[in-house]
Design a protein. Structure first.
Length: 446
């Protein structure tokens, strides 16, 4: 298998390759991101996606129970028996006509891919099972990450599952308690530094390098392999038919990057006949991708994108001391490490990028909750973005759309309570105060 699976630099001027036994988070030669690549003709790949349905009948096997590893033929970097799984990926694509009505779509067109059903409550488990499986392959002892919350919770859970030490870097005051509580409960060593996620990311990369820690942020290409499975399950939910659009929140851009890679591979393998369009939604207070892609017009161009322009953009952020700020803390990131891979995904998927205000995010979150699926604020950016794209006429009312909801409602309950009790928004549902009097209670509830 090692001959058919390798790591490769995504810089077309480099294209250096490395073995899967190496732990790298950048190309040693040019510092560009790495991909996991496969020589598919040397591997066993089914001739139809429906082939994977047979694994529903063998769910006593923990790999077939996993919503990631039952698709292991499509991420075949890990030898059988080395996978680390805690039952991730038991998620459901749910049709939601209430959300369709809110955004101006036809009935039966809008579907919500609810990743909050994962063991740690977010989509991160899809990637973490893959990253820790690779860590297990190469004998790593300590895993580390920078986090706005969900990554730390997932790292702590998977480190515990395989007996590794987990180390989490978080920024001061930049993590929701629902997420922090998980990292603390699962036993991770939590280090809080002065700064935000971007500052933590700079530090953890250097610490991991000097102390030989296994880095599990989405700069890790093996983690992104696991996140491809979100789209496998979306296709499964659509009866293996390709939707017209996939809409996803954009933070560090690992999901969008992995989705683009998934569809590229599936199309090349003849397992799908077309690639859906992709919309990545930034919060207005953390809108780097929107600025770069929609305002400055930077395109991937087969890997030959304007690196100097991107570098100048990030230098300006540094020079001006810019710090992102949004209620959607999970995507409060201004220096996304996967920018290049996301630009590639947008090219492959004929994609668009939009930004949405905090007000629109919490409103969309309330609509999603009213229709039975509570989610964290960042998740709701996908629905808020769909509404904008529908208002603009970019998405037509009869097109089939999958909105990815990245995390569970209880990740950040303070935001929910504030909206309903203080904001007085269009969908607020505050409690009604009444005296402790039976007659008044009955009169109120008649």
């Amino acid at each position: 298998m090692s001959e058919a699976v390798f790591q490769q630099c995504i810089n077309p001027n480099c294209n250096a390759t490395y073995g899967v036994e190496e732990h790298l988070f950048a190309c040693p030669k040019c510092q560009a991101l790495l991909d996991i690549q496969y020589e598919w003709d040397k591997l066993e790949v089914p001739d139809s996606l429906s082939w994977f349905e047979k694994r529903w009948s063998t769910r006593g096997n923990k790999l077939d129970f996993s919503g990631v590893w039952r698709f292991r033929n499509l991420l075949p970097f890990c030898p059988e028996g080395k996978q680390v799984t805690v039952g991730e990926g038991q998620t459901v694509l749910q049709q939601c006509d209430g959300v369709a009505d809110y955004v101006g779509m036809d009935k039966k067109t809008v579907h919500l891919q609810y990743e909050g059903m994962n063991p740690s409550g977010s989509f991160k488990d899809n990637g973490m099972t893959a990253a820790f499986s690779h860590a297990n392959m190469i004998g790593a002892k300590v895993a580390a990450c920078a986090s706005t919350g969900n990554t730390s919770a997932s790292l702590a859970l998977y480190a515990h599952a395989c007996g590794m030490q987990g180390v989490v870097f978080i920024g001061t005051g930049k993590i929701a308690y629902g997420k922090l509580s998980q990292a603390l409960d699962y036993g991770a060593k939590t280090v809080q530094i002065s700064g935000d996620f971007d500052d933590c990311m700079v530090q953890v990369k250097e610490v991991a390098k000097q102390l030989n820690m296994y880095l599990v942020n989405s700069v890790n290409p093996f983690r992104l392999e696991g996140q491809k499975s979100v789209m496998f399950r979306v296709l499964e939910g659509f009866g293996w038919e390709v939707p017209d659009w996939v809409i996803v929140p954009g933070g560090n851009l690992g999901n969008s990057s992995s989705f683009g890679k998934a569809f590229t591979e599936l199309k090349a393998l003849g397992l799908i006949d077309r690639i859906p369009r992709l919309a990545v939604i930034n919060a207005s207070g953390a809108n780097t991708l929107y600025d770069v892609y929609e305002k400055q017009g930077i395109r991937y161009e087969g890997g030959h994108y304007d690196r100097a322009k991107v570098d100048a953009y990030f230098k300006n952020l540094d020079d001006t001391g810019y710090k992102p700020s949004t209620v959607a803390s999970a995507i409060e990131i201004s220096r996304p490490v996967n920018l290049a891979k996301c630009l590639r995904a947008l090219e492959v998927c004929n994609g668009v990028v939009r930004e949405v205000s905090d007000e629109k995010i919490v409103e969309a979150k309330a609509v999603i909750g009213k229709n039975g699926l509570g989610c964290e604020p960042a998740s709701a950016a996908s629905v808020a973005g769909l509404k904008i794209l529908r208002d603009e006429g970019v998405i037509q009312p009869g097109e089939r759309v999958a909105c990815v909801l990245t995390g569970h409602q209880l990740k950040d309950p303070n935001c929910t309570v504030k909206y309903h009790m203080e904001t007085a928004g269009a969908f607020s549902n505050p409690p009604v105060e009444v005296d402790n009097d039976l007659e008044k209670l009955i009169a109120l509830l008649k």
